[in-house]
Design a protein around this ligand. Structure first.
Ligand code: ATP
Ligand code: MG
Ligand code: MG
Ligand code: MG
Length: 477
């Protein structure tokens, strides 16, 4: 007898055949109906037990969460909303699940409660749907780049430079903590450590990816990155996955085109391949919104929102234009901001970004040409001498989803900048080599994978779109 996944069974035409399935009990009603799920789909298969044919002690062991192997006849279902069901002939309980202590009950649990059960929460419909969408999105990322002539580069996780200079790095220590070697000044002597220098977990694979773009042309990294973000927001994790393409000979306009095309492609891919999970997640949001006042409800449903993004152009706006818009807000509107922006050169806060996207333009926005002072050292200086070829993509409900730029390809300009910022030139000798040997215009961006999953699933907190979130004071699992 062949084993089938529940997804296969529900979409098959195997009526009247004998089948075997394995999965976990979602619910067991009236000592007769087992809703079984094996993770392959959001839908359960109904298994109908004729209890007179089964030992009472055996049926007692069938409870929510238990693992079962069921064999029976697949028949057309009389029940609503399901095509087929199984008339059970044989039932084996592979693993019991004590109903008194099993934390995941059929009732609705709060997301906060489930965060404390990160090892079990994927057994709920919501998390199973989110994690399936996450997996398909991850495939879509590789699919897009591989189909478009990019090579995947595995940039290092352990790095020897703090190139971003943001001071948010996790130090890698291989020192004997009890007795670290000290130098004459009494400080830890990293020269005696495993790597012979201080090392950190990567905050971005960009600089290393640039080196590969300058030989392979079009490359991307998609790996974990680490930032000791000392704040608790619903958009930041200490460990997150970043997608970073880097392309030789691309200027900022080509970079914006790439980012927009990429996002639309992967969103389309999940619309085509995750229809059932997205429908479920959309319904979840609708149920949640019922309790909100009309004004706070979103004007588009999840799938409509995804289609809107995949079918419409993103609005491209220079930083200077954005500041003019924010400056010209009525005093009343301005009062709603925590920080009032009245000057060119100020860094936008997420409240301003979201205002531009959600209230002003009502579509994804690409902001470009930022003041050099608020951006990283490696960005291409414009001829005005005060702005750089940077871009951020801002999304409704999310804020910043992409940060990217054209990179400074001119050695002298880059060196001036490095000096101005007091960055250690020697640390970056290998990066500067790229500007000495065959330098060329190039650009790239970083897209936080979890922010993309947030948008795609309509979830509200980044902790709920990664299997085991890492945030301050939280690394339980
Ligand atoms: P933010 O302004 O939201 O803190 P950032 O400007 O510090 O982001 P970048 O250095 O531009 O971030 O990184 C590129 C992308 O990585 C961001 O656009 C975002 O999508 C994502 N990202 C950055 N920090 C985090 C984080 N702590 N957790 C999850 N995603 C992140
Ligand atoms: Mg940040
Ligand atoms: Mg930012
Ligand atoms: Mg950024």
């Amino acid at each position: 007898m062949k084993s089938y996944s529940i997804k296969e069974l529900l979409s098959s035409n195997l009526s009247l055949q004998e089948v075997t399935v394995k999965g976990w009990v979602k619910t067991f009603r009236s000592n007769r109906f087992i809703a079984l799920n094996d993770g392959s789909t959001i839908n359960n298969i109904q298994c109908v037990v004729n209890f007179e044919n089964f030992d009472e002690a055996l049926l007692k062991k069938v409870s929510t969460g238990a693992a079962l192997e069921i064999s029976g006849t697949l028949v057309e279902s009389q029940g609503r909303g399901q095509s087929v069901e199984i008339q059970v002939n044989k039932l084996e309980v592979l693993g019991v699940s004590d109903p008194d202590t099993y934390p995941i009950q059929p009732k609705k649990h709060s997301l906060e409660f489930l965060r404390e059960k990160a090892h079990l929460r994927v057994r709920t419909n919501t998390f199973a749907a989110v994690m399936r969408v996450r997996s398909v999105l991850s495939f879509a990322v590789h699919r897009y780049f591989q189909n478009n002539g990019f090579y995947n580069v595995h940039t290092p996780i352990i790095t020897g430079s703090d190139a971003e200079g943001a001071g948010e790095m996790f130090r890698v220590s291989t020192l004997n903590q009890k007795k670290p070697p000290l130098n004459e000044a009494g400080e830890i002597d990293f020269k005696q450590d495993f790597f012979g220098k201080e090392t950190n977990l990567t905050v971005s694979g960009q600089l290393e990816a640039e080196t590969y773009a300058m030989a392979l042309g079009k490359v991307y990294t998609f790996g974990p990155t680490f930032r000791a973000e000392n704040s608790n927001t619903s958009r930041h994790l200490a460990e997150f996955w970043m997608i970073e393409p880097e392309v030789a000979f691309n200027d900022l306009d080509a970079n914006m085109d790439l980012a927009e095309d990429f996002i639309k492609d992967v969103i389309n891919y999940i619309l085509e391949n995750c229809a059932e999970d997205l429908k479920f997640l959309e319904q979840r949001l609708l149920d949640e919104e019922k309790s909100k006042p009309q004004a706070e409800r979103s004007d588009m449903d999840l799938i409509e929102k995804l289609k809107f993004v995949s079918e419409n152009n993103f609005k491209r706006v220079s930083y200077t234009e954005a500041i003019d818009i924010l400056k010209s807000c009525t005093p009343n509107k301005k009062k709603k901001f925590k920080y009032i922006i009245d000057e060119w050169g100020a860094d936008l806060q997420s409240e301003h970004e979201r205002f531009l996207v959600e209230k002003h333009f009502k579509c994804p926005v690409i902001l470009f040409d930022y003041p050099a002072k608020i951006k990283a050292f490696y960005m291409r200086l414009n001829d005005d001498g005060k702005t750089v070829r940077a871009m951020d993509i801002l999304f409704p409900g999310i804020g910043e989803i992409v940060g990217g730029s054209q990179r400074e390809e001119r050695l002298d300009v880059l060196l001036d900048k490095i000096k101005e910022l007091g960055i250690d030139e020697e640390e970056l000798w290998w990066y500067l080599d790229l500007r000495k040997f065959g330098t060329a215009v190039h650009s790239g961006f970083g897209l936080g994978f979890e922010r993309l999953v947030l948008f795609a699933t309509g979830m509200g907190n980044i902790r709920d779109v990664i299997p085991f979130p890492r945030t301050p004071q939280n690394a339980e699992f």
